[in-house]
Design a protein around this ligand. Structure first.
Ligand SMILES: [Zn+2]
Length: 170
Protein backbone atom coordinates (compact mmCIF):
# COMPACT_ATOMS: atom_id res chain seq x y z
CA UNK A 1 0.00 0.00 0.00
CA UNK A 2 1.12 3.54 -0.75
CA UNK A 3 2.35 5.48 2.27
CA UNK A 4 0.00 8.33 1.33
CA UNK A 5 -2.89 5.90 1.63
CA UNK A 6 -1.72 4.87 5.10
CA UNK A 7 -1.49 8.56 6.04
CA UNK A 8 -5.08 8.95 4.82
CA UNK A 9 -6.20 5.93 6.82
CA UNK A 10 -4.47 7.01 10.01
CA UNK A 11 -5.88 10.56 9.90
CA UNK A 12 -3.43 11.97 12.41
CA UNK A 13 -3.56 15.74 12.10
CA UNK A 14 -0.23 17.30 11.14
CA UNK A 15 1.61 14.01 10.62
CA UNK A 16 2.33 11.85 7.60
CA UNK A 17 3.72 8.35 7.20
CA UNK A 18 7.16 8.42 5.57
CA UNK A 19 8.36 4.81 5.95
CA UNK A 20 7.15 1.37 6.80
CA UNK A 21 9.75 0.23 9.33
CA UNK A 22 8.62 -3.36 9.59
CA UNK A 23 5.86 -5.69 8.55
CA UNK A 24 5.33 -9.11 10.09
CA UNK A 25 2.47 -11.62 10.31
CA UNK A 26 1.17 -9.87 13.38
CA UNK A 27 2.26 -6.24 13.26
CA UNK A 28 3.27 -3.23 11.22
CA UNK A 29 5.45 -0.33 12.24
CA UNK A 30 5.35 3.04 10.58
CA UNK A 31 7.56 6.08 10.82
CA UNK A 32 5.73 9.38 11.06
CA UNK A 33 7.03 12.85 10.34
CA UNK A 34 5.49 16.22 10.93
CA UNK A 35 3.91 17.65 7.79
CA UNK A 36 5.06 21.12 8.69
CA UNK A 37 6.70 22.79 11.65
CA UNK A 38 4.12 23.64 14.23
CA UNK A 39 4.21 25.09 17.72
CA UNK A 40 4.86 22.51 20.41
CA UNK A 41 2.78 22.25 23.56
CA UNK A 42 4.80 21.91 26.76
CA UNK A 43 3.98 18.76 28.75
CA UNK A 44 5.00 20.51 31.95
CA UNK A 45 2.54 23.39 31.90
CA UNK A 46 0.38 22.87 28.82
CA UNK A 47 1.43 26.15 27.24
CA UNK A 48 3.14 26.93 23.97
CA UNK A 49 6.61 28.43 24.53
CA UNK A 50 8.35 29.95 21.58
CA UNK A 51 11.74 28.76 22.76
CA UNK A 52 14.22 26.91 20.57
CA UNK A 53 13.99 23.14 20.30
CA UNK A 54 16.48 21.64 22.77
CA UNK A 55 16.55 18.17 21.25
CA UNK A 56 14.47 15.73 19.32
CA UNK A 57 13.53 12.18 20.10
CA UNK A 58 11.03 9.54 19.14
CA UNK A 59 8.36 7.63 20.94
CA UNK A 60 6.72 4.40 19.84
CA UNK A 61 2.99 4.26 20.38
CA UNK A 62 0.51 1.54 19.64
CA UNK A 63 -2.48 2.49 17.51
CA UNK A 64 -5.65 0.58 16.70
CA UNK A 65 -5.03 -2.55 14.61
CA UNK A 66 -5.40 -2.49 10.83
CA UNK A 67 -6.43 -5.63 8.97
CA UNK A 68 -5.96 -7.53 12.24
CA UNK A 69 -2.32 -6.52 12.50
CA UNK A 70 -1.15 -4.51 15.47
CA UNK A 71 0.03 -1.06 14.48
CA UNK A 72 2.98 0.78 16.03
CA UNK A 73 3.82 4.37 15.17
CA UNK A 74 7.25 5.91 15.60
CA UNK A 75 6.51 9.53 16.38
CA UNK A 76 8.97 12.43 16.56
CA UNK A 77 8.78 14.50 19.72
CA UNK A 78 10.60 17.74 20.47
CA UNK A 79 12.02 18.87 23.78
CA UNK A 80 12.22 22.50 24.85
CA UNK A 81 12.84 24.51 27.98
CA UNK A 82 9.66 25.24 29.93
CA UNK A 83 9.48 28.95 30.71
CA UNK A 84 7.45 28.22 33.83
CA UNK A 85 10.03 26.17 35.70
CA UNK A 86 13.13 26.19 33.51
CA UNK A 87 13.27 22.44 33.09
CA UNK A 88 13.50 20.61 29.79
CA UNK A 89 10.15 19.15 28.84
CA UNK A 90 9.04 16.95 26.02
CA UNK A 91 6.18 18.26 23.91
CA UNK A 92 2.69 16.99 24.41
CA UNK A 93 0.76 15.58 21.48
CA UNK A 94 -2.98 15.72 21.87
CA UNK A 95 -3.55 12.33 20.18
CA UNK A 96 -1.06 10.36 22.30
CA UNK A 97 -1.63 8.94 25.77
CA UNK A 98 1.53 7.38 27.16
CA UNK A 99 2.55 4.46 24.95
CA UNK A 100 -0.74 4.47 23.03
CA UNK A 101 -2.80 6.66 20.75
CA UNK A 102 -5.79 8.31 22.31
CA UNK A 103 -8.17 6.26 20.16
CA UNK A 104 -6.51 3.04 21.38
CA UNK A 105 -7.00 4.21 24.96
CA UNK A 106 -10.64 5.03 24.21
CA UNK A 107 -11.13 1.53 22.91
CA UNK A 108 -9.67 0.07 26.10
CA UNK A 109 -12.04 2.25 28.08
CA UNK A 110 -15.05 1.08 26.08
CA UNK A 111 -14.01 -2.54 26.46
CA UNK A 112 -13.55 -2.33 30.21
CA UNK A 113 -17.07 -1.00 30.59
CA UNK A 114 -18.41 -4.30 29.27
CA UNK A 115 -15.79 -6.81 30.40
CA UNK A 116 -12.98 -7.42 32.90
CA UNK A 117 -9.51 -5.91 32.61
CA UNK A 118 -8.12 -9.39 32.08
CA UNK A 119 -10.45 -10.16 29.18
CA UNK A 120 -9.99 -6.73 27.63
CA UNK A 121 -6.23 -7.25 27.89
CA UNK A 122 -6.43 -10.67 26.30
CA UNK A 123 -8.46 -9.26 23.41
CA UNK A 124 -6.00 -6.43 22.79
CA UNK A 125 -2.84 -8.40 23.54
CA UNK A 126 -1.77 -6.23 26.48
CA UNK A 127 -1.43 -7.21 30.13
CA UNK A 128 -4.18 -6.44 32.61
CA UNK A 129 -1.94 -4.12 34.63
CA UNK A 130 -1.62 -1.95 31.52
CA UNK A 131 -5.37 -2.12 30.96
CA UNK A 132 -5.87 -1.01 34.55
CA UNK A 133 -3.51 1.95 34.14
CA UNK A 134 -5.10 3.03 30.85
CA UNK A 135 -8.59 2.77 32.29
CA UNK A 136 -7.63 4.75 35.39
CA UNK A 137 -5.92 7.43 33.30
CA UNK A 138 -8.98 7.75 31.07
CA UNK A 139 -11.33 8.04 34.06
CA UNK A 140 -9.12 10.73 35.56
CA UNK A 141 -8.97 12.60 32.28
CA UNK A 142 -12.72 12.43 31.84
CA UNK A 143 -13.33 13.61 35.36
CA UNK A 144 -10.92 16.55 34.88
CA UNK A 145 -12.78 17.51 31.70
CA UNK A 146 -16.09 17.33 33.52
CA UNK A 147 -14.87 19.52 36.32
CA UNK A 148 -13.75 22.03 33.77
CA UNK A 149 -16.63 22.54 31.47
CA UNK A 150 -19.30 19.91 31.19
CA UNK A 151 -22.84 20.01 32.52
CA UNK A 152 -24.29 18.12 35.44
CA UNK A 153 -26.07 15.70 33.14
CA UNK A 154 -22.92 14.18 31.68
CA UNK A 155 -21.39 14.01 35.15
CA UNK A 156 -24.22 11.72 36.18
CA UNK A 157 -23.83 9.73 32.99
CA UNK A 158 -20.10 9.33 33.60
CA UNK A 159 -20.67 8.19 37.15
CA UNK A 160 -23.09 5.60 35.83
CA UNK A 161 -20.46 4.35 33.41
CA UNK A 162 -17.73 3.91 36.00
CA UNK A 163 -20.18 2.49 38.51
CA UNK A 164 -21.39 -0.01 35.95
CA UNK A 165 -17.79 -0.86 35.06
CA UNK A 166 -17.02 -1.46 38.73
CA UNK A 167 -20.03 -3.72 39.09
CA UNK A 168 -19.04 -5.74 36.04
CA UNK A 169 -15.52 -6.17 37.36
CA UNK A 170 -16.70 -7.68 40.63
ZN1 LIG B 1 6.00 24.79 30.03
Amino acid sequence: MQLDTITELLQIPGFKVTHMISSTESSREYLLEREEESASICSGCGKVHNTAVHSKGRVIVEDLPMSSKRVYLHVPKRKSVCLEDGSIRVEELEWIRGRFTRRFVEQVYRLTSITTNKEAGWFLGIDDETVYRIDKGMLEELSRQRHKLVSHASLLQGTAHSHQAQLLKM
